[in-house]
Unconditional design. Structure first.
Length: 349
């Protein structure tokens, strides 16, 4: 069997171009393998070989997704590979979204994709149906285990000619794809057996695993809103005009803290939204629709609240990982407590 011809997708860092200062480079194609691609070639042996590497900056990809996907589609058509390897991206949100975006293009062309990702990376949940994602650790410190695991899956795919078994059998994350199978026992009997096992505190495996959600107990209500200091926090992406902190329109890797001291309402000249997950027209025409500074100033002047906090916090919720969102919340909550804020109005889109 001839070697599989593989195209490898990397971001600017793993493509050995540079760090965050090079995150805005447009996609480029290099011959052969680069960086982690060299380790893939060694692990794949006579099964496959990386013949081309596509490199693109994380910010450039996510801010110009349609353009980049079109360019990558054109390159893949020219190269005509047997497979694409993307990443691994670990828990890097923008990188994960880019690897997923590449997988989406390859899927449309009928090219299989193997990638590596941390399960909480938003790229996995959004693009899992387009690629075989191998679970990795949350950082590049896990590269030594990620690469051989991904290479093993590539070799298995080749050996089985694309007929992979269930995720737990082959070593990839669930893709959200259902397939009809013939079972030895009818559904009612299997359900009763699972229920009996659960009642007896025995191990059982659900055929339809449910998602896990954190339970957050509400704090006690405010006793006196008229004396309370209230802050605004939003995942709707409202930022000062020009987005000075360059908060990403999707899979935000940061949040911003901005002064509203002496600002009585937001205007199209002073503020806008950086969010890429909803139509920005109305939010840009009237940012108060997402961040109600004008209403809270009226309430402050009428004595209905004690004071509006001098700063608001903003990020983009679109595709942002749960892990990042939780980290932002912990940092913001700590600052608000230190500033004597008693309540927060959290707005979305």
């Amino acid at each position: 069997m001839a070697k599989y011809k593989i195209v490898h997708y990397l971001n600017q860092f793993f493509g050995q171009i540079g760090g965050e200062e090079e995150a805005n480079i447009a996609p480029k194609v290099e011959d052969g393998s680069i960086g982690p691609g060299n380790a893939f070639n060694n692990a794949l042996g006579d099964k496959a070989e990386i013949v081309k590497t596509i490199i693109c900056g994380d910010s450039y990809f996510n801010e110009n997704k349609d353009e980049v996907q079109a360019a990558i589609k054109e390159k893949l058509n020219e190269i005509n590979p047997d497979m694409v390897i993307a990443g691994p991206a670990f828990n890097a949100g923008r990188y994960g979204m880019a690897c997923g975006g590449v997988a989406e293009v390859a899927y449309e062309l009928g090219i299989p994709v193997v990638s590596g990702i941390y399960p909480e990376n938003p790229g996995y949940d959004m693009y899992k149906q387009y690629a075989y994602f191998v679970e990795t650790s949350d950082s590049a410190a896990g590269m030594r285990s990620a690469l051989p695991n991904m290479a093993d899956l590539v070799k298995t795919y080749i050996e089985k000619e694309g007929e992979l078994g269930l995720p737990e059998e082959e070593g990839y994350l669930p893709r959200g794809i259902r397939k009809n199978i013939f079972a030895d026992q009818r559904g009612s009997k299997r359900a009763v057996e699972m229920l009996v096992a659960k009642l007896k505190d025995k191990d059982f495996k659900s055929e339809y695993p449910m998602p896990n959600f954190d339970r957050v107990d509400p704090v006690d209500p405010l006793e006196n809103v008229k004396d309370a200091k209230i802050a605004l926090v939003t995942s709707g992406g409202i930022v000062p005009k020009g987005n000075p902190d360059h908060i990403e329109s999707s899979s935000a890797s940061k949040y911003g803290k901005y002064s509203i001291d002496e600002i009585y309402e937001m205007t199209p000249e002073t503020h806008e939204t950086a969010h890429g997950g909803y139509d920005p027209v109305y939010a840009n025409e009237d940012p108060n629709c997402v961040l109600p500074v004008d209403v809270l100033r009226d309430m402050e002047n009428d004595g209905k609240i004690g004071k509006l906090h001098d700063y608001y916090y903003s990020t983009v919720g679109n595709g942002t990982s749960v892990a990042n969102a939780k980290a932002y919340a912990q940092e913001i909550a700590q600052e608000l407590q230190e500033d004597g804020v008693q309540a927060v109005i959290l707005t979305s889109t």
